[in-house]
Design a protein around this ligand. Sequence first.
Ligand code: NDP
Ligand code: MG
Length: 409
Amino acid sequence: MRKLVVLGATGSVGRSTLDVAARHPQRLQIHALTAARDADGLLELCRLHRPSIAALVDEAAAKRLRAALAAENIPCEVLAGASALSEVAGASEADIVMSAIVGAAGLLPTLAAVRAGKQTLIANKEPLVMAGRLLMREALRSGACILPIDSEHNAIFQCLPPQYRCGQPPVGVRKLLLTASGGPFREWSAERIATATPAEAVRHPNWSMGPKISVDSATLMNKGLELMEASVLYGVTDAQLDVVIHPESVIHSLVEYVDGSLLAQLGQPDMRVPIAHALAWPERWESGVGGLDLAALGQFRFASPDLERFPCLGLARAALRAGGHAPNLLNAANEIAVERFLNGQIGLNQIPQMIAACVDAGLGVHANAADDLEAVLAVDAWARDWCRRELQRFSVTTITAVEGARVHA
Ligand code: NDP
Ligand code: MG
């Protein structure tokens, strides 16, 4: 019996993780569940999964949860505050930690899990982008086993030899090919993309996900973040990474070997597949997801990404090539820009404009910054401040359809 901590339990990946875990009660016990402020969501999960600990960032929400659990006689310790998340992630009782918080807020709890040598399942890609070298260094030091959850990176892991571990450069590999659905605006003109509303952007054709990653998928920034994530997890350079548009989202990624062989992992677009793979690893467990009816699918399509309509992908590649804190600056600017877009303050086409300007300004200021935790957090905070200050330059001019479609990041 292994004890599981789910960071970001109330989110899309968190709930899929609990769905898989609940199918294996003789193998996994839920030790702790965390969220930011969704006390009702966490209460419902506590009723179902009976964790020993529940933690919320928001103190008032934690108070509400504590009272509700007591009223229902559910034994569960409730912790409050951001530091409680790192505490449960690194707790001696925990064996496996699922990192499924959205955004940079997941960095410290993920780092705590890695430093404590936990088997760390990483869905939360932003910390890998902002502090990849630091996380991989700490994993090497503590012996933490990192397993990728992002479907593309999990697919790549599955296509590498069984003895492969994240952080090592893969042997005999020419290229890693990340597939991308192309998102909801795959066939839209640049003019139409510029006027896209938040509601349109979060309506992903194949995957059901949280609002932030859905917008990232619409701008293709998600694929850009994934290039940096792959570079960190697999120790490969920009030149060894390619993106191919594959609208069916059935081939989740491929590894091209030096002999010309390409290995791919296929499956339904359901996060329970990579989650079950990593929870069971190196075994295989039931995930609740069926196979594929290939004859019914009929055909797979592939295309090159269009960098003119989707400039975020080019910006991410440039940041990967620039190295240093460029990915960290890009990630922070993207988080602020996406939040502003979801709140109707900027247009979708202004997301790349804001990011490009912020990375440009930040590289000048932070050219010689170290890559320790203090520097990572300082650069992240600088970029967020810069974007908030400069927001007037990126004010809404074209959006009219956001009324009633506001989404909270
Ligand atoms: P959701 O928005 O659905 O869930 C986010 C979770 O993080 C919630 O539990 C939320 O709590 C918690 N959270 C939000 N802000 C904070 C904070 N400041 N501190 C602590 N906890 C916080 O996100 P997803 O599940 O879609 O995505 C999670 C991560 O996984 C992202 O990094 C995403 O890129 C990645 N990912 C997601 C995929 C998917 O299919 N959804 C696929 C591949 C990767 P609360 O409910 O209280 O707000
Ligand atoms: Mg992905």
